[in-house]
Design a protein around this ligand. Structure first.
Ligand SMILES: NC(=O)c1ccc[n+]([C@@H]2O[C@H](COP(=O)([O-])OP(=O)(O)OC[C@H]3O[C@@H](n4cnc5c(N)ncnc54)[C@H](OP(=O)(O)O)[C@@H]3O)[C@@H](O)[C@H]2O)c1
Length: 247
């Protein structure tokens, strides 16, 4: 069995939701050092504290550190990767609040949908110094294949990630570049919805999805770990969506 033994994993967006679960799954896969990164100081220190506590409880050997970085600042991203030097893997799960709508919306206000999810992801892939055998894993979304009403721009950015990783896999070879395309995964990001709306969405999706439940972050984290561990996969997107596209 392969593992992440003696490897350093940087999770950009690792202080919450899917990224936090990837950081934890990396520790379980024996990563020696996991660095969680995001733009809010408190979230970084809280995530480091929570991950360290779990690692101690489960007697996992990896160390956890955190870094405060707003991926919107190209200069800061460049400085960060220069400072940390060579790493084995970078996982990118950063995402800001979704801006929905299309028909009645000034499209100029939707352009920033691509900032954190696409342009900063591309910059991170460009700047990370990945060791031989290492990988970069980005995050798209099921909306690229099955967008609900009001999601055309999110569908666009999600599909752009799937295409981006194919291009990056060619440009950055032999570094492997892949993406994970999540379906409905209940994370802290869902807390931005009014609670009655969130509860109804969870109930409706649980009824509709083939697996009869919405996803938990831990259920998708293993897909990222697989992409880090498997030395023979590049330029691919793994969909983890509970049968969303078939339901
Ligand atoms: N959850 C789902 O159902 C689902 C489905 C499809 C696709 N996705 C995609 O998967 C990704 C992760 O989603 P999630 O649900 O795990 O979201 P989440 O819980 O809100 O986590 C997002 C992470 O991104 C970080 N972040 C946001 N803006 C940043 C910035 N400017 N610089 C650095 N880090 C930043 C956040 O920390 P700070 O606030 O501290 O910066 C946080 O750690 C997103 O791109 C989302 O669109 C999610």
């Amino acid at each position: 069995m392969t593992s992440l033994k003696n490897q350093t994993v940087v999770v950009v967006g690792g202080t919450s939701g899917i990224g936090f679960a990837v950081a934890l799954a990396s520790l379980h896969a024996q990563a020696s050092h996991v660095i969680v990164v995001s733009s809010t100081t408190d979230k970084v220190s809280d995530a480091v504290k929570r991950l360290t506590a779990i690692a101690t409880e489960h007697r996992l050997n990896g160390t956890v550190t955190g870094s405060n970085l707003d991926v919107g600042s190209a200069e800061d991203v460049k400085k960060f990767f220069k400072k940390i030097g060579e790493i084995d893997h970078v996982v990118y799960t950063s995402g800001d609040a979704l801006k929905l709508g299309f028909k009645d919306v000034d499209l100029g206000t939707l352009k920033e949908t691509f900032d954190v999810r696409f342009w900063s992801a591309a910059l991170v892939a460009q700047q990370a110094q990945i060791k031989a055998g290492g990988s970069i894993t980005l995050t798209g979304g099921v909306a690229s294949i099955k967008p609900p009403v009001d999601w055309p721009i999110i569908a666009g950015v999600s599909g752009a990630i799937d295409s981006l990783v194919r291009g990056l896999a060619v440009d950055l070879a032999p570094v492997r570049v892949n993406s994970v395309s999540p379906g409905a995964i209940v994370t802290e990001s869902w807390d931005r919805m009014p609670s009655h709306f969130k509860d109804k969405l969870v109930a409706d999706l649980s009824e509709k999805l083939l697996v009869k439940h919405v996803g938990q972050p831990a259920e998708i984290a293993d897909a990222y770990v697989f992409l880090m561990k498997c030395g023979f996969i590049t330029g691919e997107t793994i969909s983890v969506n509970g049968g969303h596209t078939l339901s």
